[in-house]
Design a protein around this ligand. Structure first.
Ligand SMILES: [Zn+2]
Length: 226
């Protein structure tokens, strides 16, 4: 097994006895737990609980996976429950909460997750770009000459996938499904936009004001000595 990225501090840890351990609970007495010749557990109800301990921040990440043949549908993150990253408070709360909800339900309901990502995108276009038109389609069109064209195309794709999620397609009777990996990519795009738009703006403003105030204090000192 290669490294594992800590969801709390993003450090990649190497897997060793110090950072990783597993437990195997099951319906039956764990003392009679045994393995078949092919490496599968003899007990059909066995789940594997993996614990990761981050050597950098000390946080535990816990994940449950079904490995017995009757419970292989179990894939549950126990801690943290969702893969959502923590974004700073200067991003509006409504946008962050749509994003966190999209992360929390990505495996349970990829379609609902895609719909929330779409709403999150619309919230950012309203707030960050101050574009408010009749619908998201028009709003994204208005954004076209303001951002790089490859980014614009992905945003437009997110809009269309979110529509599939919301069952809002009128001109087709085929129900198209969105799988968790596709919904996950939309979440990654939202994360990228939070960074490219809000975080970069904040960092740029801070840098500019630092430089201006440094210059002001230097100029004031110079005047004193003149
Ligand atoms: Zn960590």
């Amino acid at each position: 097994m290669s490294g594992f990225q800590c969801p709390y501090c993003s450090m990649v840890m190497s897997i060793s006895d110090e950072t990783y351990s597993t437990q195997n609970p099951s319906f039956y007495n764990p003392r009679v737990f045994s393995w078949n010749g092919d490496g599968t557990p003899a007990d059909e109800s066995v789940i594997e609980i993996s614990f990761y301990k981050c050597p950098n921040c000390g946080q535990y990440t816990i994940i449950a996976n079904g490995i017995g043949k009757m419970v292989r549908d179990v894939h549950v993150p126990i801690r943290p429950f969702s893969s959502a990253k923590q974004f700073p408070d200067y991003i509006p709360e409504a946008i962050r909460s749509d994003y966190e909800e999209a992360c929390a339900i990505v495996n349970l309901s990829p379609k609902a997750s895609a719909t929330l990502s779409r709403r999150c995108l619309q919230g950012m276009i309203h707030d960050f770009w101050d574009i408010k038109l009749k619908n998201l389609n028009q709003e994204i069109t208005a954004l076209k000459d303001k951002i790089p064209s490859d980014l614009w195309s992905s945003i437009d794709a997110l809009r269309q996938l979110g529509i599939i999620g919301a069952h809002m397609e009128k001109d087709t009777d085929v129900i198209v499904d969105i799988d968790p990996n596709e919904a996950e990519s939309l979440i990654k795009l939202i994360e990228l936009l939070m960074k490219e738009w809000y975080i970069n703006r904040e960092e740029r403003n801070k840098l500019f004001s630092d430089i201006i105030s440094t210059n002001e204090s230097k100029q004031a000192k110079r005047k004193k000595t003149e």
